[in-house]
Write a protein that binds this ligand. Structure first.
Ligand SMILES: CC(C)[C@H](C(=O)O)[C@@H](O)C(=O)O
Ligand code: SF4
Length: 472
């Protein structure tokens, strides 16, 4: 028998039963809940007169709708101006109280974006199956677990049964070899992967990221990459367990205690793809060739190197791509062939579940070196992914570096990643954003998003336009 991939191992360890139609019933270890996709699930549970099947598997926190301005945040839920947003957060609080589910509420020091909070608290551990009513749940695969987003009806299903009906995906390995150059980060790696394979490249697959670049990468970096597996078309992204994983988990509040640790670690150490495991699809990229990336268009695959230009229609591989580009030039207000470094910016957003961990903030802060945000930038905000990241950054003095340069230092939440709270772009504004999605209207009606790394966003804030952080 051929060896098993990491995905096979995780799947087999959680398969309760195979069904006649080729799907399987899978046991779920951890369920993360936020205010947007849980209300109807709780309502369904109540109507069916059911209780959550395993309370301790669930953890909730509001993240999408919370205000990030300190004055509004300190007022708690009453500080949320938008009625619908407030109702969602209040409803989450009420449901968690009613069903006895643990919640890091709006002003809890542990509140934050679930995909930052889960690993940080040790609530997500290697070997687990992890779900959340949120497509970026793939993030958690960085810890060597099987994690993916689910819809609201599945949220109800998991609450009620702790199980899910799933169809197994194909195995894909993306190998990034060699070493990254200075100034090139995990965000550039994942954007370069998507530029290469396209937003449908991973469709139907569970992606394992492997190779020297991921072996050398920190847990924060691995989370950035797995986070965007969904933008590469896959629901699942994973990295094998190694010393980096084990060291990251050790000592986290909900991680196994000392007496449980040896047993847990012994199991976790088995979570890698066997040498003779077979992948349905393999992609290889030379990491040393990756440059800082910038998205110019309205899809995460419309990405080029900072040294390049907006592509011209004759470079499109087919008519469909050409059509997409023509539409994107207009929406983004860019000319074909225009240099990326000529794109002037209006706002800067450093945050989101892709890039709001401590290492991301350190990377951005390191670029500042006493310089100031350029005059043409209307607003530059830094939004830590969780209360814990914010505290850590403040302990390191990063907040002062940012505010002295002219950035605003905000409270944790999804913020300007999506236009669901008060942090939005105005029509036609260009934003250098460390988030993961750049479709039309994502950051506000008519807003123009450019996806970049935290270091590139910081450099752009200081220059007022995109610059190559390697020579800035
Ligand atoms: C609101 C939520 C359902 C959504 C998701 O699933 O990803 C959001 O987090 C996003 O990033 O678009
Ligand atoms: S930060 Fe953005 S991508 Fe992540 S969960 Fe929030 S809205 Fe979705």
């Amino acid at each position: 028998m051929a060896g098993q991939t990491l995905y096979d191992k995780l799947w087999n360890a959680h398969e309760v039963t195979k069904r006649d139609d080729g799907s399987s019933l899978i046991y779920i270890d951890r369920h993360l809940l936020h205010e947007v996709t849980s209300p109807q699930a709780f309502e369904g549970l109540e109507l069916a007169n059911r209780a959550p099947w395993r309370l301790s598997a669930n953890i909730a926190s509001p993240d999408h709708n919370v205000p990030t301005v300190t004055k509004e945040r300190s007022a708690g839920v009453t500080g949320i101006k938008d009625k619908v947003s407030r109702l969602q957060v209040v409803t989450l609080d009420e449901n968690c109280t009613k069903f006895d589910i643990a919640e890091f509420t709006i002003n809890d020091a542990r509140q934050g974006i679930l995909h930052v909070v889960g690993p940080e608290q040790g609530l997500v551990l290697p070997g687990m199956t992890v779900v959340c009513g949120d497509s970026h749940t793939a993030t958690h695969g960085a810890l060597g677990c099987l994690a993916h987003g689910i819809g609201t009806s599945e949220v109800e299903h998991v609450l009620a049964t702790q199980c899910l009906i799933q169809k197994k995906s194909k195995n894909m390995q993306i190998r990034v070899t060699g070493q990254l150059g200075a100034g090139v980060t995990s965000k550039d790696v994942v954007l370069a992967i998507i530029a290469k394979i396209g937003t449908a490249g991973g469709t139907g697959h569970a992606i394992e990221f492997a190779g020297q670049v991921f072996e050398d990468m920190s847990m924060e970096g691995r989370m950035t990459v797995c986070n965007m597996a969904i933008e590469a078309g896959a629901r699942v992204g994973m990295v094998a367990v190694d010393d980096t994983t084990i060291d990251y988990v050790k000592g986290r509040p909900y991680a196994p205690n000392e007496s449980q640790w040896p047993q847990a670690e012994a199991y976790w150490r088995t979570l890698y793809s066997d040498d003779d495991a077979v992948f349905d699809t393999v992609v290889e990229i030379d990491g040393s060739q990756i440059a800082p990336q910038v998205s110019w268009g309205t899809s995460p695959e419309m990405v080029v190197d900072i040294t390049q230009s907006v592509p011209t229609p004759d470079q499109a591989i087919d008519e469909a791509q050409k059509e997409g580009w023509l539409r994107a030039y207009t929406y983004m207000g860019l000319e074909a062939g225009q240099k990326i470094t000529d794109i002037q910016l209006d706002r800067i957003f450093i945050g989101s579940c892709t890039n709001s961990r401590i290492e991301d903030l350190r990377d951005a802060a390191a670029v500042i070196k006493g310089r100031k945000v350029a005059d043409n930038i209307k607003e530059a905000i830094v939004v830590a992914g969780s209360g814990q990241v914010k505290l850590q950054a403040e302990a390191e003095g990063l907040d002062a570096l940012f505010t002295e340069a002219g950035f605003e230092w905000r409270e944790p939440g999804c913020s300007m990643c999506l236009a669901m709270n008060a942090d939005k772009l105005e029509p036609q504004e260009h934003c250098a954003s460390t988030s993961n999605r750049n479709f039309e209207g994502r950051q506000g009606n008519g807003g123009r998003t450019h996806l970049v790394s935290p270091a590139m966003a910081a450099a752009a804030a200081l220059a007022g336009h995109f610059v190559d952080v390697r020579t800035f």
